[in-house]
Structure formats: structure tokens, C-alpha cells
Design a protein around this ligand. Sequence first.
Ligand code: UD1
Length: 327
Amino acid sequence: MTTLVTGGAGYIGSHTVRQLVNAGRDVVVFDSLELGHREALLGAELVVGNIANQDLIASVCKKYGITEVIHFAAYKSVGESMSNPGRYFSNNVTGSMLLVEALTHAGVDKIVFSSSASVYGTPAEVPVREDAPLHPESVYAETKYMTERMLHWFSETHGMRSVSLRYFNAAGDSFDSLIGEDWSVTTNLVPVVMKATLGKRDALEVFGNDYPTRDGTGIRDYIHVVDLADAHVKALDYLAEGKPTIACNVGTGTGTTVLEVIQATERISGRKVPYVMSPRRAGDPVEVYADPAFAAQTLGWKAQFSLDDIISTAWQWHSTHIDGYTK
Ligand code: UD1
């Protein structure tokens, strides 16, 4: 029994690979290394390639006896998806389709998919449950939604069972700082706060302080990447028990404001976070956090780590890896 992890050299992928390897599982990573890092694998087996290469996927499945897959490989910049939609539909949707088709031909019948809470768009109510209406508000979110739907149909037609994990705001890094997020390719809040605090960029812009929230700034559900990795392991176990296709939130159930992230960073790092108030960012919902009950009930998964764990691991990682994996 071997698990293939596409995009396993990326941020969430590499933390998941590490957990699988530590649990004694056989793992093969499949990554183009366009955005991923070989060093993030800590020696795990790697095949370099593109998920759209069906012949290569077929030969990898045969060579390693692949029985299950975790599919992370995708582009994830919301802004870029709006300026270059073709790139996102091509890689995230067509690429996923070619991968899943090749997997079905190879006899693989279990897949865990890296989806996103952005499939809900601006939720009508919080906490967000899985049965909330889905209305993606970006090309990126649409590609996640389309892939979820495609997986639904491969499940119906070919018995390819899947768990789509709808991540809320992934953040934090490994507790021993051996692996972490590449801040050169992300615009997400926590790495941007770290970069500003370490003087590696201009002051953080806080996008909007006039929202109807406790301090006027936007509320999100920040989930530690190690918790997220654990959800993937639990999702594989769920599928191994023969259970049906589902889509599941992966969040903590707690909302945190932008200013609370800044305050936690100042307390933990002992430094001032340079920031300025800016206008709201177009398309940003006011408040998004998960109802994590379905994940607890179906996967037996619950977040273990706090905002302080996220900020302290992020601070530790970024302050010791100013140039990412190169130093
Ligand atoms: C974004 C994506 C979402 C994706 C998720 C994870 C958008 C609209 N949504 O979520 O689809 O699934 O990342 O990759 O891009 N903030 C600042 N200043 C900054 C950066 C962020 O104030 O420089 C604020 C935002 O306004 C928001 C919060 O911090 O309130 C989190 O932002 P971000 O990390 O970009 O994540 P989301 O926008 O929630």
C-alpha cells in the first residue's frame, strides 16, 4: 500500500508527507518543482513531473504499487487566477481531470483532494457548514469547485471515492522549523506579517478597519498546517474503511481578526509589527470561520493547535529561514 502525494513538495503537501512518513507509511511524492522545494521532502521519494502527463502517472502507479492518492498540486493565487484564468483552468481543472482519469485506469480508487473554503464565496452565515450554498467568487475558487464536482462524478461512474478537504486559512510551520512556507510565493496574512516584522518588506497593509467586527478588521479561521496535515491522514483512513465520497471543512471553528494576528505576533516575537490601515480589499468577505462538526463526526479529526502555536511556529521558521530553503 503506497500513497502518491501530488504537490507533496509544497507547503501543506510537505507537512503531510512528513506526517505520513513518520507514521511509517510508504509515500511517493509527485511534484513538478515549479513552486515546490526538494528540501521540503526531507528525503522522501520524489518523482518530478506534471500531473497532466498520464503516461508518467500510469508508470508511477505501476512501479510503486500506488493504492491511494492525496492531490495537492495546483496553483493557488487568487489574484493571478483573475488575471490569467486559462492558466488556472488548465492546471487545476484539466490537470486534475487527466490525473484522475489516469488513476482510474491504473486501478486507484481513493483520493483526498485539496479543496478550499473559498468554494463558499461570501457565506450567508457563520460558522459555515458543508451544506451551505457554494458560489465561488474567483477563478481559483471555481477551479476547486469544478474539481470537487468532477470527483463527485468519478465516484458515481467509476467508484473513485474521494474526500475533498475544504481548508480554511492554512498557517503556521513545523514545530522544529525543519520545513515551512515559502513566503516568496504567498500573499496570505501570516507570512506577510512575518515578512513585515522582519523588515523584509514594507509595512503590512491592513485591508479595512471599518468592518462590522469587534475591532473593525476581517475575521478568518486560521488553522495550523500540522493540524491540516493530520486531517489528510485521517481522510485516508476514512477512505480505507470503504466509506463514501464526502466534502469536509477543515477549520478550527474560531474566528480571529487581523489585529488579533498582529497582537499575537508582537507578543510572541517581542517586536513591533509595522502596519498601516488601508481600504478594504475587493472581494474580501467580512467574516469566515468553519463549523468543524462534520470533520469530527466523519473523520474523527479536530484541530489541536491554537493561534499562538501558529504565530510562534511561523515566527520561528521565518526568522531562521529569511531566504526560505536556500539558506
Ligand atoms: C485567501 C483567498 C482564498 C484562499 C486562501 C488560502 C482571497 C479573496 N481569498 O483567503 O480563496 O483559499 O487565501 O490561500 O484572496 N489581509 C490583510 N493584509 C494582507 C493580507 C491579508 O489585511 O496583506 C487580511 C485579509 O483582508 C483577510 C485576512 O487578512 O481579512 C486573511 O487574508 P488572506 O491570508 O489573504 O486569506 P483570505 O483572503 O481569507
